[in-house]
Write a protein that binds this ligand. Structure first.
Ligand code: FAD
Ligand code: A2P
Length: 275
């Protein structure tokens, strides 16, 4: 690994011989609460789309301040992309939100996670169900050719409070059909179903409600979920994950894992206050 001297933009301290350092190559702020950024990829890093790694910055005590982050870029990409919340007093993101191209972050190259194709039995249709920054692992999976090789159709349901919070996912989906690598695979297979819950939008409602009432099946003119055809991956707050698990179970789907593939898998988008 190349070690370069750089200034940490948040602390203005020189970063010397940062272990596992990667260089920021781009940053985009989507709202005052959300941003995405890209960093160089360690040559040795192999990961499965949907996995997460630990990333961070040097802490005040010299120890790395690390947090779990889903890799939002697909496994074939030369760089790594992340999609992040900005927690005003958050130990990491109150500083991380100020990174700029050329800065360095710490990245522990040990990817793990349950939102991987290997944890699902073969099926015809896969549902990606996300709230908030929970769309990050699906930003990776939606760009992975394996997703379209394994499934005839892919339904991406993403729900946020406001329209602006959907922008990252919408821009990504819009860019996919023009993508030289997977544009043709995506066309006609990827169905995007974004909703808001607190600001009027084209479509509204919680994912749970839109599944229970059958609204999403009606809107998209598709068959309801069933165990034979459907597979799902879930990523949101703990409350969302618990509620949507119950909905999927009511359709007959069962929770699987890397060690025991079944019909759906779950991961938390973040660990909430005190949980
Ligand atoms: P923390 O002290 O970590 O969090 C403070 C509080 O902020 C939390 O108690 C919670 O209430 C809230 N919070 C934290 N993260 C979020 C979030 N993402 N959305 C809404 N509220 C939040 N975060 C991302 O932004 N993008 C990711 O791709 C991502 N992937 C994750 C994957 C896993 C498996 C896990 C467990 C967490 C993931 N997180 C992700 C959350 C991340 O690890 C940190 O919690 C987040 O970066 C905030 O760090 P912090 O030190 O500023 O605040
Ligand atoms: P709502 O606005 O009705 O609470 P948050 O910003 O709180 O993390 O929520 C992100 C999105 O997830 C919001 O649209 C929110 O809807 C929705 N949501 C939160 N909790 C649940 C839940 N238990 N089941 C379904 N959707 C949820």
């Amino acid at each position: 690994m190349t070690q370069t001297m750089a200034l940490d933009t948040a602390t203005a301290l020189p970063v010397v011989a940062l272990p596992d350092a990667q260089t920021v190559t781009g940053v985009r702020h989507w709202t005052d609460r959300l941003f995405s950024f890209r960093v160089t990829r360690p040559k040795s890093l192999r990961f499965r789309s949907g996995e997460f790694v630990m990333i961070g910055l040097p802490g005040e005590n010299g120890k790395p301040l690390l947090r779990a982050y889903s890799i939002a870029s697909p496994s074939w990409d030369d760089e790594l992309e992340f999609y992040s919340i900005k927690v005003p007093d958050g130990p990491l993101t109150s500083r991380l939100q100020h990174i700029q191209p050329g800065d360095q972050i710490i990245l522990r190259p040990k990817p793990v996670g349950t939102l991987v194709h290997d944890a699902l039995l073969p099926g015809r249709r896969v549902w990606f169900l996300a709230t908030g920054t929970g769309i990050a692992p699906f930003a990776s999976l939606m760009r992975d050719p394996e997703t379209y090789e394994k499934f005839e159709s892919v339904v991406m349901m993403h729900t946020c409070r406001d329209m602006a919070e959907l922008d990252y996912g919408r821009a990504l989906v819009d860019s996919l059909e023009a993508d030289p690598l997977i544009g043709e695979m995506v066309a006609g297979k990827l169905i995007y179903y974004p909703t808001t819950t607190r600001q009027p939008g084209v479509r509204m409602g919680r994912i749970t409600d839109n599944l229970i009432t059958g609204k999403v099946f009606e809107d998209l003119q598709i068959a309801p979920m069933n165990r034979d055809n459907d597979r799902a991956m879930i990523c949101g707050s703990l409350a969302f994950n618990i509620d949507v698990n119950a909905v999927l179970e009511s359709f007959g789907l069962r929770e699987g894992a890397n060690s025991e593939p079944l019909e759906y898998v779950v991961e938390r988008a973040f660990v909430g206050d005190g949980i």
